[in-house]
Design a protein around this ligand. Sequence first.
Ligand code: PLP
Length: 404
Amino acid sequence: MQLADRVNRIQPSATLAVFNAKEKLLAQGIDVVDFGPGEPDFPTPDHIKRAAIRAIEENKTKYTPSGGVMPLRQAAVEWHSKYLGSSYAPKECVINSGGKHSLFNVIHALINSGGEVLILAPYWVSYPEMVKCADGNPVILDTDPEDGFVPRASQIEKAITPRTKILIVNSPANPSGTVIPEEEFAAILEVAKKRNIFVLSDECYSHFVYGKARPFSIASLPGAKSNVIISASLSKTFCMTGWRMGYTLAPQEISDAVLKLQSQSISNPTSIAQYAALEALRGSMESVEQMLTQFSRRRRRMIDGLREIPGVTCHEPEGSFYVFPNVSGASYGDGIPGADTLQVTKELLEREHLVVIPGDAFGAPGYLRISYATSMERIEEGLLRLGRFFRAGKPATSTAATRG
Ligand code: PLP
């Protein structure tokens, strides 16, 4: 069958093969430790669930305005202003069916054939595919592991061409956990203004910060609004991945374009989920704080545990719920270097029944993405298996290539 070019241009999710292999083992009753999850392991807080039940009982189950019900748009801009220091009007806010949907809409609203989008590697798997789907060119910029994967404004400026339309930033980042320092955000904004491009800021993990890091949005910087678009998500912060709730904050012309695309595709995000989101944004942040306390402890244990494994190096990320160790200096089996992380991932699952995601999926071979969105007990068990896998290996037979 002759499918549309756009479908042939894009790849299915790179994590699907790992997921399928894991499911097979689980079906055989095998005890699999899963360091793969891209979502918190906590349930949606009760007060949010109750709001959705109330919405059903009150028959708030019909079409809504395309951009979401006005109280929710109002709540979203107020929440973003309160916690992240921005100042948007409700009409500059569009409610979407998740952060991914927001990113998809924004990219499709702005990118023409051949338009360039700068993507910082290691990157979240969907960015390049969304750009390709919109007939644009993803331009990948490597960040420096020695610099904690922090993107630098000077490097970004050099990559801008007359075709560049958007730079995507994601802080805290998936998969590296990197938090971009505020002064670097200011420098990036200056470049964006000077070279007339948009910074599309994916704030999916905005509240998952540890140590001295604080939630921060580029939209809070003076003069940011004309060159900044925010894609926000309730998925991770409020343990609402299945509800599909996110929103876009953007200059009026772009919000209107996102709204237009949305009105001709999904009509509106689910009404019931919108009322749950309204409660999440207006209600107490206590459950978020409690979750972050757990994540903070797990992060510490995971980093310390990984650093004890010979040949594994792990920078200390300030955010998200992932760590991104480099295992190319480690070896396993009969002295096989860990540099081929597609193979490492496969063998870890086969030998130790441990799920991790290869850095290759994020444009960074030699690394593993390890999620600590699981209990402390499973973290201990997973670390034990990972350590056994690499420690059991004889010293590497050849020098492993480390990605720069
Ligand atoms: N952005 C990043 C970096 C993510 O990791 C994810 C989900 O894993 C998303 C966006 C999308 O989240 P959602 O569509 O559930 O809001």
